[in-house]
Design a protein around this ligand. Structure first.
Ligand code: LMR
Length: 328
């Protein structure tokens, strides 16, 4: 009987332990590299709040901004190892996983964010969400930041002005080609290092959105920003196939719904910040914002456009044509 009661106590303890384990919420870590007062920062917070309310006790989302948890180069590897479950790297940071997403880096491809939307939400854009499947990653949706501007310690009006200057770029061969096209020296560096590189003048300039230039104070160490709108900085919200397919169906459905709402919210913030952060920079008086004449801008277009041809094979000319179509 002693054995019997010991066994039943053991069984009881095991049952208690396993229900406790079952009841432990699924941990979802969301890692990103930008500040909280940005489209991505706000989207992640919105997603966290929606999920932690709607799936209380089932899922617990935690957001890690400012490259606190993982920087640009590590986050996707960490995701495949299960150390982080969600991230939204810029579309320029996937080239080690697929060449297809490089389309978004082609200079002067989209005339405005409405065109970007048409392409991303159309059949080809939606198809691209699956371009990482063979690598064990799933694209859950696009998030906007906006169009990029060129900042430098020198006034840039025409492509010739950029010759010989060092620009930090994201890890993208298309962006590398874009700067080489104007005789500049592109240097691939993680986002977390940009401010210091600019401040110490290890580099002369960089390209980014108004939101990133403002929230990371690049404008305080870059006396000139040329409003080129020459390229796109958008994000792919990603998760690992293993994590996503391992979720209970009802949880996955609710997560996706919350994410879609958070993305819509983030996109609204992106549109607002493209205006308000630009204005805040002008108002600061720290950096001069240079508007180009149509003729000056056309020089940048002509100088950078050959990049399209260089990458047309890798990306696919049909896909490029489809993106161009979205401008109409
Ligand atoms: C950059 O590296 O400049 C951007 O990708 C940062 C970001 O995530 O917006």
């Amino acid at each position: 009987t002693l054995l019997k009661s010991t066994l039943s106590i053991l069984a009881g303890a095991t049952l208690l332990l396993s229900t406790q384990l079952m009841a432990a919420p699924i941990e979802l870590k969301f890692s990103h590299v930008v500040a909280e007062n940005t489209p991505k920062g706000q989207m992640a917070i919105k997603f966290r709040d929606l999920v932690n309310e709607r799936l209380a006790g089932k899922v617990k989302v935690e957001v890690f901004p400012n490259a606190q948890l993982f920087g640009d180069n590590k986050v996707l590897e960490a995701m495949l190892l299960g150390d982080v479950q969600m991230a939204a790297p810029s579309l320029s940071k996937f080239e080690r996983y697929t060449s297809k997403l490089q389309i978004f880096d082609l200079p002067f491809l989209f005339k405005d964010m409405a065109a970007v939307d048409r392409f991303q939400q159309g059949p080809d854009g939606q198809q691209l969400l699956n371009s990482l499947k063979s690598k064990g990653l799933i694209g859950l949706g696009y998030l906007h930041n906006g169009l990029k501007q060129l900042s430098a310690d020198k006034m840039l009006k025409v492509p010739e002005d950029a010759r010989g200057l060092k620009f930090r770029i994201m890890s993208s061969d298309v962006l590398q080609a874009q700067f080489e096209q104007v005789g500049a020296i592109p240097i691939k560096k993680p986002f977390s290092e940009v401010f210091t590189l600019l401040q110490t003048r290890a580099i002369d300039g960089q390209e980014n959105t108004w939101s990133n230039i403002y929230s990371k104070k690049f404008y305080e160490v870059q006396p000139y920003i040329t409003e080129t709108n020459h390229g796109l900085l958008d994000y792919l919200v990603v998760t690992s196939t293993e994590f996503w397919t391992g979720l209970p169906d009802d949880v996955r459905t609710e997560l996706k719904k919350s994410l879609d709402e958070a993305i819509a919210y983030g996109n609204k913030i992106a549109a607002q910040k493209a205006r308000s952060d630009r204005q805040a920079i002008i108002d600061s008086g720290r950096s001069k914002v240079i508007e180009l004449t149509a003729a000056e801008r056309q020089q940048w277009v002509e100088a950078m456009k050959p990049v399209w041809k260089k990458f047309s094979k890798e990306i696919g000319q049909d896909l490029i044509n489809s993106a161009v179509q979205s401008n109409q």
